[in-house]
Design a protein around this ligand. Structure first.
Ligand SMILES: Nc1nc2c(ncn2[C@@H]2O[C@H](COP(=O)(O)OP(=O)(O)OP(=O)(O)O)[C@@H](O)[C@H]2O)c(=O)[nH]1
Ligand SMILES: [Mg+2]
Length: 198
């Protein structure tokens, strides 16, 4: 696969800072600390998104523009479910994410990141319900696969499948820190952009 050329095109704290909706986008959603920024960095092969052990690191919407050579954007959204954030902060999150998800014609689908150690928690289910209502397809990606021993991964994935989730295809299993499953996800994203006809 050809290397991705990547640049951070915009960091948005407010709607008027979103770049024009002229390029197909794939949004990365998930709880705080699930590994969104780490996975994005692994996918693009550069440390562009800020990673932190403290949940709530990403507070803005970050638009990464990729040339593969097809042009598309990966969009890093602030995480949800960070309890120690105040009510006001949560409302601001909701407002910013809503204004993005509700009115983004170039948005192809969302990648829903879920911690492989926990599976879908209550707020992950709420997110899935809400995003499905919006009519936006989701692809589940389990992160932090390295935290579960190899011998237990199959059974863990099977248990989550039994509990159910909304996902376009079988969930991907990745580790952003150990860089496993990254190539498969890169290929999937490239194919999705190509199929969308852009
Ligand atoms: N073991 C392991 N740790 C990971 C992995 N991905 C991320 N982490 C760690 O999890 C913490 C949070 O990672 P981030 O990438 O900042 O998470 P985020 O989802 O962007 O978090 P917010 O911006 O707060 O929403 C960091 O300490 C990362 O090093 C992974 O695949 N495996
Ligand atoms: Mg982040």
């Amino acid at each position: 696969m050809t290397a991705w050329q990547v640049s951070l095109t915009a960091t948005a704290f407010f709607v008027d800072q979103f770049p024009p909706a002229t390029v197909p986008e794939i949004a990365f959603l998930g709880r705080s600390n699930v590994g969104k920024s780490t996975l994005l960095n692994a996918l693009v092969g550069r440390r562009l998104a800020h990673v932190s052990g403290t949940p709530g690191k990403t507070r803005s919407i970050n638009f990464f523009e990729i040339k593969s050579p097809k042009l598309f954007r990966l969009v890093d959204l602030p995480g949800y479910g960070f309890a120690s954030r105040g009510q006001q902060e949560r409302e601001r999150w909701q407002e910013l994410i809503e204004s993005y998800l509700l009115n983004r014609p170039c948005l192809l689908f969302a990648v829903h990141l879920v911690d492989f150690r926990h599976g879908l928690l209550e707020n992950d289910r709420q997110l899935q319900f809400w995003v499905t209502e919006l009519g936006l397809p989701m692809q589940v990606v389990f992160t932090k696969a390295d935290k579960i021993s190899k011998g237990k991964r199959k059974a863990t994935a099977a248990a989550y499948r039994k509990n159910g989730y909304a996902s376009l295809y079988e969930p991907f299993l990745v580790s952003g820190t150990e860089r496993t499953g990254i190539e498969e996800l890169r290929t999937f994203i490239e194919e999705a952009v190509t199929e969308a006809g852009h």
